[in-house]
Write a protein that binds this ligand. Structure first.
Ligand code: CP
Length: 306
């Protein structure tokens, strides 16, 4: 199985490539569960994270994934870097590239920023989230978690609820789940719903309860206030009342439905605190699976037989 130099989105990955990543993530998860979390897969490689937006899960899991596989891992702290002196994105990336970097992991507020960087560096570039476009490794870890809990993706009904408009997680998940024959429905206020979202092959609802009916997977999404210039809903309380997923609404989904959320979660807003801690909530496991999936991605992009 071959991979391109870069991982920029789910859109251009084949089903076989995604299956290869999920297969390797399963192996990586067994490594993670050992006392000595160390594999030789990235020995001698250098992995750099360059995040222009805040992150806890994605940045740290890439850093740990690199270290667990024996790479030299470093982070560029953008706030204290020469970016603050006016250095452009491409010049910053080229500078990092010249230091022997094998993999450059980038998060940026502009859609397409990782694609631009990829054209200008020799290192493999991984998109860790670009604006409202894609967050491919999130969708991969979500798929990994769904397969772990439900056995397969084909035929699953996945309800994604919340701020769909600003969500790169929603887009990457829609691309991936559609490739595998899952049924995806999205729900949220009409002001937080992308124009013609149905063209991506999903059903869209403004009534959360209709969307949740018979769902196998309920995925909550945070309201991305950082991407909103004007108020797109009246108040947090009203939002939670009308669109929040809670114990009562979960009853509309299948009785074995699982609860997921990419994080960070605003408890009591998009999902109730009790659902976060529910016995069928796998939000914490998504975080753990994120490390395994990112180990797999790093390995597959850097292995010799590309
Ligand atoms: N899910 C996700 O991307 O989380 P972080 O912003 O903490 O990386």
């Amino acid at each position: 199985m071959t991979f391109e130099k870069d991982l920029l989105g789910i859109k251009n990955l084949s089903v076989d490539q995604i299956n290869e990543i999920l297969k390797n993530a399963k192996i990586m998860k067994t490594l993670l569960q050992q006392n000595n979390k160390k594999g030789p897969h990235l020995q001698g490689k250098s992995v750099i994270t360059l995040f222009y937006e805040n992150s806890t899960r994605t940045r740290l899991s890439f850093e740990l994934a690199s270290k667990y596989l024996s790479a030299n891992a470093a982070n560029v702290a953008v706030a204290s870097s020469s970016v603050q002196k006016g250095e452009s994105l491409i010049d910053t990336a080229r500078t990092i590239d010249m230091m022997g970097t094998d993999v450059l992991i980038i998060r940026h507020s502009s859609a397409g920023a990782p694609h631009l960087v990829a054209q200008n560096v020799d290192a493999s570039v991984i998109n860790a989230g670009d604006g409202m476009n894609e967050h491919p490794t999130q969708a991969l870890l979500d798929a990994f978690t769904m397969v772990e809990k439900k056995g397969k993706l084909e035929g699953l009904k996945v309800a994604i609820v919340g701020d769909i408009l600003h969500s790169r997680v929603a887009r990457s998940n829609i691309y991936l789940l559609n490739k595998f024959g899952a049924e995806v429905v999205v729900a949220g206020p009409s002001t937080l719903m992308p124009y013609e979202i149905e063209k991506l092959g999903v059903k869209a609802y403004t009534d959360v309860e209709k969307a949740l009916k018979n769902a196998d997977v309920v995925m909550g999404l945070r309201i991305q206030l950082e991407r909103q210039k004007t108020g797109l809903f009246p108040s947090i309380d009203e939002y939670s009342e009308i669109f929040g997923v809670n114990d009562e609404r979960l009853k509309l989904a299948k009785e074995d439905a699982i609860i997921m959320h990419p994080g960070p979660v605003n408890r009591g807003v998009e999902i109730s605190s009790s659902l976060y801690d529910h016995e069928r909530s796998f939000i914490d496991e998504q975080v753990q699976n994120g490390v395994a999936v990112r180990m797999a991605v790093l390995y597959l992009l850097t292995r010799k037989e590309k």
